[in-house]
Design a protein around this ligand. Structure first.
Ligand code: CP3
Length: 342
């Protein structure tokens, strides 16, 4: 099948679909036994720099579930590592940065990302495009706020205290940091598109910590520059968690598709985001730990409410939890294909 005719790309563009497309954030990862097997003894960042492993792990959920899109196996901190930031991904913890960035001198650690900095990304995407055939590949990057939080805090953070302290207290430094990260994010996304990714997702996972007025002042100009910098024929998805109050302003940032977590029903989300957008979401990942009948009921409700949106890409409201039974995801994929639009 022609890629442009795929249900996923058509839904992103708000065109009629043969069925509601579905994929899952973190579909390639710790919930899959075949993933745990190939990752045995291989550190996360080593896996992210090994094209054969990237290709294999990206393909695993496509083979198992028959999802409508693949998500490139990597991590949001990979481009930061590539420009020399001293960081690691600690199992069960997340990204940890050796020298957090807290002043103007710290910005020197963030040199621009050059096209040649991620050769393993380019190589893996080129191989994947051949292997995936008619299934689109989603490239991705972390958004400046979420990357900035890891860099400023030095690791995962509950309240993003130091991040917000810089945002409120040192706006010039904040915008300089966001500006540098925006350049890196754009370069990271363009490398993936140039290699053959058919859509991109910007993960601003932690931006729900910010109120709409502050989003507008401190973050929106940078996000806009990212979406404007991607060629318009490549659908752009904008995702965050806890963004119920931000959906309106996220709708202004320039993406084609806005991701919705499980806290706001899709019909209400469509109203908040405004016209001219498709929506992605929004099953609570924890529901998959309940019996199938519970999953089924909620998924059917989401499909029904999703009809209010101009386009609907079914997904979870956040990533697949490691304890999820892959059989639940298989059944869910089949259910969406059978009972969605089309
Ligand atoms: O299937 C996919 O979605 C593709 C791969 C992917 C990973 N990370 C692989 C990964 C994607 C899209 C990401 C993005 C990412 N990384 C985000 C945004 C998405 C989100 O969940 O909000 C964030 C915030 C990160 C930072 C990060 N990296 C965290 C919080 C963790 C988890 C740490 C842990 O072990 O609990 C990681 C590591 C990571 N990234 C793993 C995977 C499969 C687990 C590491 C492992 O398997 O050893």
């Amino acid at each position: 099948m022609n890629l442009a005719d795929s249900a996923f790309l058509r839904a992103c563009r708000r065109q009629p679909v043969p069925h509601t497309p579905v994929w899952y954030m973190r579909q390639a990862g710790r919930s899959l036994p075949e993933y745990l097997k190939v990752r045995e003894g291989v550190p996360m960042l080593t896996a992210c720099a090994t094209p054969e492993l990237i290709v294999e792990i990206t393909m695993q959920p496509v083979r198992r579930y028959g999802v409508d899109a693949a998500i490139f196996f990597s991590d949001i901190v990979v481009p930061l590592k590539a420009i020399g930031v001293d960081l690691d991904i600690k199992p069960g913890v997340g990204p940890v940065v050796a020298q957090p960035i807290r002043d103007a001198a710290g910005l020197d650690a963030l040199r621009p990302l050059e096209p040649g900095d991620l050769p393993y990304v380019t190589e893996a995407i080129q191989a994947l495009v051949g292997e995936l055939g008619g299934t689109p590949l989603i490239g991705f990057a972390g958004a400046p706020f979420t990357l900035g939080s890891y860099l400023i805090e030095g690791g995962p953070s509950k309240n993003h205290d130091r991040t917000k302290a810089m945002m409120y207290g040192e706006p010039e430094l904040w915008h300089a940091l966001m500006g540098r990260l925006t350049d890196i994010v754009l370069a990271h996304l363009r490398i993936q598109v140039a290699a053959g990714a058919s859509a991109i997702q910007l993960f601003d996972s932690w931006v729900g910590a910010v109120a709409p007025a502050e989003y507008r002042e401190f973050i929106l100009p940078h996000t806009r520059r990212i979406f404007e910098g991607i060629q318009p024929d490549v659908p752009r998805i904008h995702f965050g968690v806890g963004t119920g109050e931000l959906l309106g302003v996220l709708g202004e940032a320039g993406a084609d598709v806005v991701g919705v977590d499980w806290r706001v029903p899709l019909d209400e989300a469509a109203r908040r985001v405004g016209p001219g957008k498709a929506l992605q979401g929004n099953l609570d990942p924890a529901i998959l730990l309940a019996p199938w009948e519970v999953v089924e009921r909620k998924a059917l409700e989401i499909l029904r409410r999703g009809e209010s949106a101009e386009g609907h890409v079914f997904n979870l409201g956040h990533g697949v939890l490691p304890s999820t039974d892959p059989d639940q995801l298989k059944r869910l994929t089949d259910l969406v294909h059978e009972h969605g639009r089309g």
